[in-house]
Design a protein around this ligand. Structure first.
Ligand code: ZN
Length: 502
């Protein structure tokens, strides 16, 4: 058994190496590569991904997993070996269901769609991408149908990013959330908007980057096992547990842009840096799901980084970095500015309170498209209607409407968005559990100390990687299943004080 397990690990390590090489090529493409490298780079990445997929779906892996079944059953469920075999088997059984020829067709269609979208968005030209999106919808349905036995056609697609979640479970949760959010948004937007002009002055890039890095170093981000570079759309990437990188973008006239994206991506990176080193090179060495991952980026960005406790400690420091811009701006004014709530059109610019309404709209449109209740042709109009109904504001054009997010134009339709809102919900549930275990955390944050929080997250969440299913992890960490209650409590308390709501 030991020899077989060793062979399995050796094969998985090769898969991991190929994927890491592809990730490194992508990182280079989005940071330092000269534009002339683009065509070859796209092909090189595709080649490495294909080789990784071929190696992972090799029947020899299936045979090893079969041979190891009895060994797995003899071990405790949460032992490292049993977890490795279990998680690898789940991935393997999913991977072999999709024929390689279909994957190749899907990848090349997605690449072509992305090219068209990149031009169509600035040109406000939905008609140009419509036929591509129609084919994407068709391919998304085909992909789902490789996994028969689902209750809703979106279920297999949701399961790719949030294992164990279903359209029905997410819909129930989101309906409840929207109902709770609507009156909060109503009450806040009935008041005059917060003044956030203090964030929109000239803030030199170098100081912005240095301040952001100072903050995340204090969070616990390890620069000996990571680095930060500039890109167009910030993201976190990992080449090994010893090399977890983040990217950001800086706007000199918007202090929040780089600062909060830095905290956000560092939250993702803290998770990956905190995974047990024994899992290196295996399918366990990643976050549990997109929702759990997003819970960590949101926890550090919002629950910590947009809190009054945090800025009691860091605002004097920020004022010292930008004395001309912020010297005369009070902590209260700054705190209100970074938590300004407004009805807006762009998801990625939305505040904590309205953000989820943007996500819920997209999730429900995905379901309607997959069900055949909505055609791609009618999508822009459906988008406008939903924005009017849920956010009380409709986009004047498709550029800031249905064309704004890259997801449907660089992937499948289905499962693309729910993780963001699941992440917000889970972030509050985890944070509440951390505060119950360590009521001293807010006082420590006020002193600029994050050790207790970081250690707690590492111990209860980070170190496990993908050992547990998301639902199992939530139950283990908080003692209860996924629930919106802590998140609603958090929003009511914070924004109740900020906007003096009843
Ligand atoms: Zn994120």
């Amino acid at each position: 058994m030991e020899a077989k397990l060793k062979e399995l690990k050796a094969r998985l390590l090769e898969v991991s190496d190929l994927n890491a090489a592809a990730a490194l090529l992508y990182w280079d493409q989005t940071t330092y590569m000269p534009p002339g490298g683009a065509p070859a780079r796209a092909r090189q990445i595709a080649t490495l991904r294909r080789l990784a997929h071929e190696k992972f779906t090799d029947p020899a892996i299936g045979k090893l997993l079969d041979d190891l079944r009895l060994y797995e059953e003899s071990l405790p469920y949460d032992s490292d070996d049993a977890s490795l075999i279990r998680v690898t088997r789940r991935d393997y059984e999913k991977a072999i269901k999709v024929p390689p020829a279909f994957m190749a067709e899907l990848s090349s269609h997605i690449a072509a769609t992305y090219e068209v979208w990149a031009k169509a968005r600035p040109a406000n030209d939905f008609a140009a991408v419509q036929p591509y999106l129609e084919k994407t919808l068709d391919l998304s349905r085909q992909l789902a149908n490789f996994f028969p036995g689902y209750e809703h056609i979106a279920d297999p697609l949701i399961d790719f990013s949030d294992p164990g979640m279903t359209a029905s479970a997410v819909s129930t949760l989101f309906a409840e959330l929207r109902q709770q959010l609507a009156p909060i948004v109503q009450a806040i937007t009935a008041q005059p908007p917060a003044d956030d002009s203090c964030l929109h002055q000239a803030f030199p890039e170098a100081q912005q980057l240095a301040f952001g890095q100072e903050v995340i170093r204090r969070f616990g981000y390890d620069f000996r096992r990571g680095r930060q570079d500039k890109t167009h759309h910030p993201y976190m990437t990992k080449f090994s547990l010893g090399d977890v990188r983040i990217t950001t973008r800086v706007k000199e006239n918007d202090l929040g842009e780089a600062l909060f994206s830095t905290m956000h991506e560092a939250g993702h990176a803290l998770y990956e840096q905190g995974i047990r080193t024994e899992y290196e090179g295996t399918p366990l060495a990643r976050g549990a799901s997109s929702g759990i991952h997003e819970s960590q980026s949101r926890l550090w960005e919002n629950l910590v980084g947009r809190s009054l406790s945090f800025w009691r400690s860091f605002y004097p420091r920020l004022q010292a970095v930008f004395p001309d811009q912020l010297g005369n701006v009070s902590l209260e004014t700054f705190y209100q500015a970074i938590n300004k709530v407004e009805r807006s059109l762009i998801r990625t610019d939305a505040d904590e309170v309205t953000y989820n309404l943007h996500v819920i709209i997209r999730f429900e449109l995905e379901l309607a498209l997959l069900e055949g209740q909505l055609t791609v042709r009618d999508l822009p109009e459906a988008w406008r209607e939903r924005y009017e109904a849920d956010l009380g504001i409709a986009p004047p054009d498709d550029r800031d409407g249905v064309l704004q997010d890259v997801h449907w134009y660089s992937g499948v339709i289905g499962g693309a968005f729910q993780g963001y809102t699941l992440g917000n919900i889970i972030s509050a549930q985890f944070f509440e559990a951390a505060l119950q275990a360590h009521p001293e955390i807010p006082a420590e944050i006020e002193q600029g100390e994050f050790g207790t929080l970081h250690t707690w997250l590492k111990e209860h969440i980070y170190q496990h990687g993908r050992k547990y299913m998301p639902a199992e992890l939530i139950e283990r960490v908080t003692g209860s299943p996924l629930t919106i209650e802590p998140y609603i409590r958090y929003l009511r308390t914070k924004y109740g004080e900020l906007y003096q709501l009843q």
